[in-house]
Design a protein around this ligand. Structure first.
Ligand SMILES: [Zn+2]
Length: 539
């Protein structure tokens, strides 16, 4: 009896002493990735942005102005994975958008999964899952921390932009299907689309957006921060010329693929984000939910037209407006100060080489496939073997060990020779044996980024680094993937729940995002996390 009384007394007292209660958390966390957004876009168009979008975030939120991607190659799948795992390709297994599988002797897509099928369309675009990702995500950790009471859902036109951020234990991920023009998912998550997704798909909003054509938001003469409209070095939207107005209404073949390359793709992503919050009651259930949204159209537009194009400027002006509307929606739906947002990017982008050339700036392209052919031809002459290189991908050479072995060529000798060859190429700045990088004479930052990108099981044998301004590609449009600041310097702005206004120019990293969210929510960090908490945010 006395024991019972003591237990009763203690159990009554403990909550009083410790003030025990559930940790204070926001109702909803929203992770926004703007695909291909360079940090400088926060300021480049700031005078043309409204007060409710980017400017609201930067003025009322906290900006980590010098956030870098701590690995190379800087591609979409690796970027989304790093943001949400707080980890790097060496550890999380997502070393690019795709990579060579020596065991299968073919390329392998980052979210490829032949064990699942499409839900919501007859296409094969849904044969995807997060299974190739080795580590947990911050979204997984929130699910674990709340015994799966929290919902996490990922949205993006790109499958990889939706699937990888949402994590393994996600409630759902939805991406865009070129065949049907609607949102789909895979049997990894569910057997059939929820009623509310089917209803949204039935509205055929992409057709409505395409039918309006893409003209500039403001008179075209006001786009003074961009090159004139039509340039030879621009690519075009499928089946369309590259001048304003872009006549998207008349597109017939592959019109939904073209749709991705218009600002309407971002509009449709915002539509889906609102529909998800409404239907799934995210942030309105007494648990902390996590919505990950990635805006892919900024990347498609950037690839085709480049960062100095009217198309890029117009896409960001429109995005800024829609971001402002989204915040107003969240203020009403969830409540101002009740939701936490971070906005970042998966990578930046290089200028179009043709544009650089116009202004006497260095830059250019070199084709991976041509480099492979050249090394193989030289190896044939030197060693008398065919196909000494199995493939070149993500700026790495994959050696053909079987061919070297049967010709009795020591791997170390061949590597030395190949390094010498690579260094003679005008587009290549340097090249390194990936297994002895520690012994190489190389700038410390480049060494760290290569090391973080090198995965012992999946990567190639030799890494080459291009000259600044150069990339693997053709002379139309542009891309990203290198260690250089234009590809690796990304925005990181925090806004909302418990975020005080401010900024830091201290160097922070993409991998710090998940660690910081974990600290804010008081949950475990992802299981491959190597980032640090950004203490300025948590103070
Ligand atoms: Zn891209």
């Amino acid at each position: 009896m006395r024991r019972f009384a003591l237990v009763l007394f203690v159990s009554f007292l403990v909550p009083l002493i410790s003030g025990a209660q559930k940790p204070d958390r926001p109702k909803l966390v929203i992770g926004i990735v703007v695909d291909q957004m360079r940090w400088d876009y926060l300021y480049r168009y700031a005078d043309r942005y409204g007060k409710d979008g980017f400017n609201r975030m930067v003025k009322q939120g906290y900006s980590c102005e010098n956030t870098f991607i701590p690995y190379t190659p800087t591609y979409t799948a690796a970027g989304h994975t790093s943001v949400y795992t707080g980890s790097v390709p060496a550890i999380n297994g997502i070393i690019g958008n795709s990579w060579y599988r020596r065991d299968l002797k073919r390329g392998w897509y980052c979210t490829e999964d032949t064990s699942v099928t499409t839900v919501g369309s007859t296409s094969t675009a849904g044969k995807m899952s997060p299974r190739n990702m080795w580590t947990s995500t911050i979204t997984d950790e929130l699910r674990l921390a709340t015994n799966f009471e929290s919902k996490t859902i990922g949205i993006a036109l790109k499958d990889r932009g939706a699937i990888l951020p949402a994590g393994h234990a996600a409630n759902a991920a939805y991406w865009f299907d070129n065949a049907s023009g609607g949102w789909i998912t895979s049997t990894y998550y569910m057997k059939e689309l929820p009623e509310w997704v089917r209803k949204l798909n039935d509205q055929k909003l992409p057709d409505q957006y395409l039918s309006k054509n893409w003209n500039t938001l403001y008179p075209i003469s006001t786009y003074k921060q961009s090159t004139e409209d039509v340039k030879d070095y621009e690519a075009s939207i499928l089946g369309e010329d590259n001048s304003f107005p872009h006549n998207t209404a008349t597109l017939t073949t592959n019109k939904y693929e073209a749709f991705r390359q218009t600002p309407g793709g971002n509009t449709y992503t915002f539509d889906m984000a609102r529909a998800t919050i409404d239907a799934e009651k995210m942030g309105q259930r007494g648990a902390t939910d996590f919505l990950t949204v990635s805006f892919s159209s900024t990347d498609y537009v950037g690839h085709a037209f480049g960062p100095n194009s009217i198309e890029a400027e117009d896409t960001y002006l429109r995005f800024d407006r829609e971001l402002g509307e989204f915040f107003k929606y969240l203020d009403t739906k969830i409540g101002a100060g009740q939701y936490l947002v971070f906005l970042t990017a998966d990578h930046g982008v290089a200028h179009v080489p043709g544009f650089l050339e116009e202004h006497n700036m260095p830059g250019g392209t070199a084709d991976d496939a041509v480099i492979q052919k050249w090394i193989n031809t030289s190896a044939q002459k030197k060693y008398g073997i065919a196909k000494a290189i199995e493939t070149v991908g993500n700026y790495q050479l994959y050696l053909n060990y079987a061919a070297l072995d049967s010709a009795k060529i020591p791997v170390a000798d061949f590597k030395l020779w190949a390094l010498g060859e690579l260094k003679s190429h005008p587009a290549i700045m340097s090249a390194y044996d990936l297994t002895s990088l520690a012994a190489a004479t190389v700038n410390a930052k480049i060494r760290e980024r290569i090391t973080n990108g090198f995965n012992y099981k999946l990567s190639g044998d030799i890494q080459f680094i291009f000259m600044p301004g150069f990339f693997d590609g053709s002379n139309k449009g542009t891309t990203h993937g290198t260690w250089n600041p234009y590809d690796a310097h990304i925005p990181l702005v925090w806004y909302g729940w418990k975020i005080k206004p401010g900024k830091t120019n201290r160097e922070t990293y993409m991998t710090d995002i998940a660690a910081t969210v974990a600290a804010l929510l008081r949950i475990q960090m992802p299981n491959g996390c190597v980032g640090n908490v950004i203490e300025e945010i948590t103070r």
